[in-house]
Design a protein around this ligand. Structure first.
Ligand code: F6P
Length: 360
């Protein structure tokens, strides 16, 4: 079994369904199989900046309901890069050494970071600077982490977006309306593409495939001419206007939050086709809720594999899903590739084969 280890575990970046399932798997395998101690670190790297570090001890008893619990019981943050951490007086400070000191003060042998591309890049930089034995687990509803076919949270978000389309279908048909569903995903159109096909959308717009408003309106008119007076449109939040601008709704913590392309399209479509349009902005609904069985499986398999990597002494690795199995890859490979939709990939071909309009 080897020497008894003490490992740290944190969740970082935007939350999603399945994070707690991964926490549970890490705890069950690390404590149950190896007899190690698992310290949960609260609010990502913020917990390691605190003095004393803000942690909680996990054991076999307190992970019971985590398989089905949404969000993250450890808390998280997607703000405040520790290398330029915002201070109350408006200045920024590099707090990376505080995090490193916090890690070493806990006597940790390794750290498992569950995060997306941004978080994993920051964690890796800190780990290299401070001699931290880091293992990454990919999570994000956007499914844009490189070197893995799928990340925790994507399946649940896709299910939610698909269900939204299913619901919109009936009301669209009842009222002869063009229903536009705006979904998340940042610069990757995976959610829109997958949910669009699964939910029977007529038009799918993703950032990777530039659209023409005329093509979108042609599809609506074509359906009208066939006597189908309703239309389902799904659009990714980072799709641009016809002048190439991203649509943002608010600015918080120095960053623009995407949102509003659905409304922009609704006005354009109504003006050009005369169709009655309505917009649904799905927002953070996609991040919440009970994880799907697929996300539970993925999170559980990732959690177990991450612990085994520590047992093998393999660090600076991320667990990944490739060809129906869990593998491990250098974290560097994962963060150096931003995984967007490949316009030649199977699902794009599938959508085209069905006659779904992709706007081009
Ligand atoms: O990266 C996950 C994500 O949900 C994106 O799809 C979205 O653009 C962003 O986070 C929203 O961030 P916040 O929770 O800060 O509004």
């Amino acid at each position: 079994m080897g020497e008894k280890k003490r490992i740290g575990l944190l969740t970082s970046g935007g939350d999603c369904a399945g994070l707690n399932a991964a926490i549970r798997a890490v705890v069950l395998h690390a404590t149950g199989t190896y007899g190690w101690e698992v310290l949960g670190i609260r609010e990502a790297t913020n917990g390691l900046m605190s003095r004393p570090p803000d942690t909680t001890t996990f054991d076999l008893e307190n992970v019971d309901r985590l398989l089905v619990t949404g969000g993250t019981v450890l808390g998280t943050t997607n703000k405040g890069n520790p290398f330029a951490f915002p201070l109350p007086d408006g200045t920024t400070k590099d707090l990376s050494q505080d995090i490193i000191d916090g890690y070493h003060s806990l006597g940790l042998d390794a750290l498992i970071g569950i995060g997306g591309d941004g978080s994993l890049a920051i964690l890796r930089k800190i780990a290299q600077q401070g001699g931290i034995n880091l293992i990454g687990i990919p999570k994000t509803i956007d499914n844009d982490v490189g070197a893995t076919e799928v990340s925790i949270g994507f399946d649940t978000a896709t299910n939610i977006a698909t269900e939204a389309l299913d619901r919109l279908h009936f009301t669209a048909a009842s009222h002869n309306r063009v229903m536009i569903l705006e979904v998340m995903g940042r610069d990757a159109g995976h959610i829109a593409l997958a949910a669009g096909i699964a939910g029977g959308a007529d038009i799918i717009l993703i950032p990777e495939i530039p659209y023409q408003m005329e093509k979108v309106c042609d599809k609506i008119r074509q359906r009208q001419n066939m006597g189908k007076n309703f239309c389902l449109v799904i659009v990714s939040e980072a799709v641009c206007t016809t002048t190439g601008d991203r649509v943002t709704q608010t600015r918080s913590f120095g960053e623009d939050r995407l949102g509003g392309i659905g409304q922009y399209l609704a006005e354009g479509i109504a003006n050009q086709t005369g169709a009655e349009t309505r917009v649904t902005f799905l927002g953070h609904i996609q991040r919440g809720g009970i994880p799907s069985p697929m996300d539970r499986l993925l999170a559980t398999a990732f959690g177990v594999a991450a612990v085994d990597l520590i047992a093998e002494g393999k660090f600076d690795r991320m667990v990944a899903w490739q060809n129906r199995q869990v593998v491990d890859v250098p974290i560097e490979d994962a963060i150096n590739t931003y995984r967007t939709v490949d316009p030649e990939e199977t699902l794009v071909k599938t959508a085209r084969g069905l006659g779904i309009c992709l706007g081009d």
